[in-house]
Design a protein around this ligand. Structure first.
Ligand code: ADP
Ligand code: MG
Length: 611
């Protein structure tokens, strides 16, 4: 039998599309407040928004007529004709948010326009109007939403814990705060003020409020313009890099979005000095003509589509690179037409200096090229195998490696006696050690080798739970978000087993007093947060692994390894000696090679000395 759905059911179904969870309500209400030109907005939640949501603004308010219309489906003051859709610049314009929220909650609205003598209180329960009366209230609008989804139990089942729903909201509020520095936001959760910004138009101040002092200190301002697009905001130097992408925050025409092109651009821009698996901190704003971007691919997802995607990536890369390099004292010397003797002298002197310091130019060039070419592929150097076919770490590569190691066994590179005969030529790109031995040139990836050695040390230490610590001269205080604190709570005992001495300081704050110290490698005080980010990232999966303490050790180990750390030759030798004791010194924990080699024969062939 076919039924006609009741209006109530239709409303509830429609509501489901707009109001998925408490965060959706907050988003709609805050966007409305911003559209109503509010300069101060207070957001209050209880129990992750399920018990109570209250959003108060000092915006233009609504007249008695407007307020009733506001709750009707497709009622909006923001567009009048379909053609307006193209030029719309407000945040919401579908006119269904209030109707949808009202259908699934107990809602109350108090509002007053500037010139009205009294305000209005309007209350609706499950879509039915309950009260409409005059009240005294200040200019602006307050929405109070109680018992969200009380009449849609099915929807309630899909919600996460109050805490998680609350975390989603905190995240959203943070993102709204960052993109509205002219609005003073106050955010209260379960009676506690979590955030209060001044609305003084300074993004820097917002970053300070949301992320804290360290982030402001280590960030550079981005100011970039190219034709009719601009990118502004802040980007963090690698010191404050993070273990996940949650701190890559960007907006297009002030709308928070996600884009793999922008992500790539930012990451490409900070690549220098950034380690693998570390991600930058960035808060960036792209402004561009509305017709070159489609932000409505899906209203609830944050996808956008650009007309010129590759350009967008390039702009972000340039914007970020120039911000990070801006303060470098690079003197640019230019030749002028007029022969300036003094200048010429300086240039000649500089040239000579460069020539004197530089190693034999052709040789260096050759090696450089080979290294680049073979980042993931040892075989080009070895046998000149087609590089196309072996671009990723495929089984074929592994097979070749095994064969090579066998060949090498006769004149083993990693051998207690033989290493005395290693002739260390030097280090390239602060990463690759170039070593001559027998009739071969070896190139050793310092980071991969270091990682391998440390990883083994960590795993062994974790087996006997004997990870030594080093007391920090200055303990480091970390303020955690609710979500992070929750993760800390789950892992705190394991964290201490790994050699961290961390104490609870109250109010979601922890203090790190000592850090693990293995193989002469103390952890840097800021590395705790890199370690911790990974825990937050893998929270749910880590504990399920059967040897999860090992997993934690490997995460901690990764955090302990620093990028671009230049080793002395003595340290290098020590590193090589430690490699000797390992079962498989030829691969890092992720299976990438720690070293590659090139034979003298191969070199001579390349130089056409032999054919
Ligand atoms: P939309 O925002 O898409 O227009 P909503 O259902 O969110 O639809 O809101 C309906 C209307 O209610 C808005 O167009 C606006 O006129 C009015 N309104 C909602 N919130 C506020 C507010 N905080 N201050 C003033 N007017 C508001
Ligand atoms: Mg709206």
């Amino acid at each position: 039998m076919i039924h006609l759905l009741s209006q109530d059911t239709i409303n509830k179904i429609a509501a489901g599309e707009v109001v998925e969870r408490p965060i959706s309500v907050i988003k709609e209400l805050v966007e409305n407040a911003i559209d109503a030109k509010a300069t101060a907005i207070t957001i209050e939640i209880e129990e992750g928004g399920l018990k109570l949501i209250r959003v108060t603004d000092n915006g233009i308010g609504m007249s008695p007529d407007e307020i009733k219309n506001a709750f009707l489906r497709h009622a909006t003051s923001k567009i009048e004709e379909a053609s307006d859709l193209m030029t719309i610049n407000t945040l919401g314009f579908r006119g269904e948010a209030l109707a949808s929220i009202a259908a699934v909650s107990i809602i109350e609205c108090m509002t007053k326009t500037k010139n009205a003598i009294t305000g209005i209180r309007y209350s609706i329960e499950g879509g039915l109007s309950k009260a409409f009366e005059d009240i005294g209230c200040p200019k602006g609008t307050t929405f109070v939403i109680k018992e969200l989804f009380y009449n849609v139990p099915a929807r309630k089942k899909f919600l996460k814990s109050d805490k998680t729903e609350g975390n989603y909201i905190t995240d959203l509020v943070n993102k709204m705060v960052l993109s509205h520095p002219g609005v003073s936001f106050k955010y209260i959760s379960n009676g506690k003020v979590k955030l209060h910004t001044s609305g003084n138009f300074s993004i820097k101040d917002c970053i300070y409020q949301v992320f804290g002092k360290e982030y402001v200190k280590h960030s550079k301002e981005v100011k970039y313009k190219n034709g009719n697009i601009s990118i502004t905001g802040f980007v963090g130097s690698p010191v404050i890099s993070r273990g996940n992408r949650q701190y890559e925050i960007y907006y297009v025409n002030n709308r928070y979005i996600k884009s793999k092109w922008i992500q790539k651009g930012i990451e490409d821009g900070v690549k220098d000095g950034m380690m693998i698996n570390q991600f930058p901190f960035a808060v960036l704003f792209l402004e561009m003509p509305f017709d070159l971007v489609d932000v409505n691919v899906h209203p609830n997802k944050m996808e956008v589509r650009f007309d010129h995607e590759e350009d967008i990536r390039k702009y972000f890369k340039e914007a970020v690179t120039s911000a990070l390099n801006h303060n470098e004292p690079i003197v640019e010397v230019k030749l002028t037409d007029k022969k300036d003797k003094e200048l010429e002298k300086i240039i000649t002197r500089e040239r000579q200096k460069i020539l004197k310091d530089a190693p034999e130019p052709f040789e260096v060039k050759r090696i450089e090229k080979s290294v680049n070419k073979t980042e993931n592929n040892i075989s080009v150097l070895e046998h000149n195998v087609e590089s196309k076919q072996l671009e990723s770490e495929q089984p074929e590569v592994k097979q070749l490696e095994v064969r090579n190691i066998e060949v090498r066994n006769m004149n083993k590179f990693l051998d207690k006696q033989k290493i005395k005969k290693h002739h260390v030529i030097g280090q390239a790109f602060k990463t690759y050690w170039i070593v001559q031995y027998a009739n071969e040139l070896y190139i050793i990836d310092q980071h991969a080798a270091h990682e391998k050695v440390l990883y083994e040390a960590w795993i062994n230490a974790v087996k006997d739970i004997s990870i030594p610590s080093q007391v920090l001269l200055e303990p480091v205080v970390h303020e955690l978000s609710d979500k992070e604190y929750h993760v800390y709570d789950i892992f705190k005992e394991d964290i201490s087993k790994l050699g961290f001495d961390v104490e609870n300081f109250g109010d979601n704050t922890i203090i790190v007093k000592s850090v693990p110290y293995l193989l002469n490698t103390p952890m840097h005080d800021l590395d705790f947060i890199h370690f911790f980010d990974q825990l937050v990232e893998g929270e749910t999966s880590i504990k399920q692994e059967n040897q999860y303490l090992h997993k934690l050790a490997s995460i901690a180990c990764k955090a302990a390894i620093k990028g671009n750390h230049k080793l002395s030759e003595i340290e290098y030798k020590y590193l090589i000696e430690q490699l000797l004791d390992l079962e498989d010194p030829y691969h890092c924990p992720h299976g990438r090679p720690t070293m590659i080699r090139m034979s003298k024969y191969e070199l001579e062939k390349k130089f056409k000395r032999i054919v």
